[in-house]
Design a protein around this ligand. Structure first.
Ligand code: NDP
Length: 324
């Protein structure tokens, strides 16, 4: 018997239960992964509350993990028992061990430890596609990043800086502003109290920014649109404050013929070739030291309820892992 964090109905953090589950042997095309660390992500909250539907309940939450392949089922190519592996976007990670198909798995390079791998796959591959595909950042760009002291935010900020951008990071507190600066932000804005668009115009000499990477959703739509230069990119990649429900495309016209994208990591890693390219670029960025993965919170997996409460009330910074 192994243990897992499951929900039987959508709701608040206390709905998650630490339960016995029977994992069993891997079937055709599957492997059994024994987790050594699990990543905590904001998407876990959307899935726990039901904002994102995860299908039949009860279900084991969690989208990201690292560990060792314990057993390999029939018809598995390219992976063997004993391999050190990690993955993102594979529901069921909040578990001591699990079965999964190999399509989301990558082997962890020697220079990266399991805790770092578990912390970086989902947030780091997200930063990769945002900076290289959604809006390819150019050296000399001045860009806007929301929640710059968070998990995705700190990776985005460091990587954008490494690519030669000037980074403006929005954060919820003075303490987070210091963390965002450490992660490469040239300027920080306290978006709960300051006029974001006005500050952006001041910093950019009135020009605005070519891109706003906005993970906040409802609360920051207008601030993002008002901060962009003509034909700029509003990349709305999350809903930490709640989903955008009343968006009129005319707002893109009024703010300067803007582009909008609502991306998901699933699209940018939708086949083996793309997954290997995105994960490989991330591994290179971390192994070379261009990007550091800052694990600022570690909880026992059994205490995931507390981890969710802390993330939801904005008291986590950087990346967070759960240890089985
Ligand atoms: P974070 O560590 O960034 O945590 C979320 C942060 O959002 C908080 O720390 C807080 O920072 C800020 N925030 C603003 N308003 C609220 C609010 N009302 N409630 C809670 N937090 C708020 O999480 P992640 O790094 O895991 O994810 C960041 C965002 O990126 C999420 O929105 C997530 O959904 C999105 N995402 C999207 C992906 C995609 O492919 N589309 C993939 C991965 C993540 P502060 O106090 O500074 O405001």
């Amino acid at each position: 018997m192994t243990k897992a964090i499951r929900i039987h109905e959508y709701g608040d953090a206390d709905n998650m239960k630490w339960e016995n589950v029977n994992v069993g042997a891997p079937g055709e095309g599957e492997v059994r992964v024994k987790h050594t660390a699990i990543g905590l992500n904001f998407i876990d909250i959307y899935q726990r509350t039901g904002l994102y539907d995860i299908g039949a309940l009860p279900a084991t939450l969690g989208m990201e993990g690292a560990g060792i392949i314990e057993e390999v089922g029939a018809s598995v190519d390219g992976f063997d028992a004993g391999d050190r592996v990690a993955y993102a976007m594979g529901l069921g990670a909040y578990s001591e061990a699990r079965l999964m198909t190999t399509d989301r798995l990558v082997k962890i390079p020697a220079g990266i430890d399991d805790h770092t791998a578990a912390a970086m796959m989902l947030q780091g591959m997200t930063a990769q596609y945002l900076l290289k595909s959604s809006y390819p950042v150019q050296a000399g760009d001045t860009i806007l990043i929301m929640a710059a002291a968070g998990g995705v935010g700190q990776i985005l900020s460091q990587w954008a800086k490494y690519l030669g951008a000037k980074v403006i990071g929005c954060v919820g507190s003075e303490a987070k502003a210091e963390l965002a600066k450490d992660a490469g932000c040239d300027h920080t804005i306290l978006y709960n109290t300051e006029d974001v668009a006005q500050r952006v115009r001041d910093i950019t000499g009135g020009a605005g920014v070519p891109v706003s990477y906005d993970s906040i959703g409802q609360a920051t739509v207008q601030a993002s649109l008002d901060s962009l230069m003509p034909a700029g990119f509003f990349i709305s990649f999350g809903n930490a404050s709640g989903p955008i429900t009343d968006f009129n495309p005319g707002m893109l016209a009024m703010n300067g013929s803007l582009y909008m994208q609502r991306p998901t990591l699933a699209t940018f890693t939708r086949n083996r070739e793309l997954l290997n390219a995105v994960a490989g670029d991330l591994f290179d960025a971390v192994v070379s030291g261009a990007v550091s993965i800052n694990i600022n919170q570690t909880y026992p997996l059994a205490e995931t309820v507390q981890a969710h409460k802390d993330m939801e009330n904005r008291s986590t910074t950087g990346s967070t892992i759960l240890i089985p």
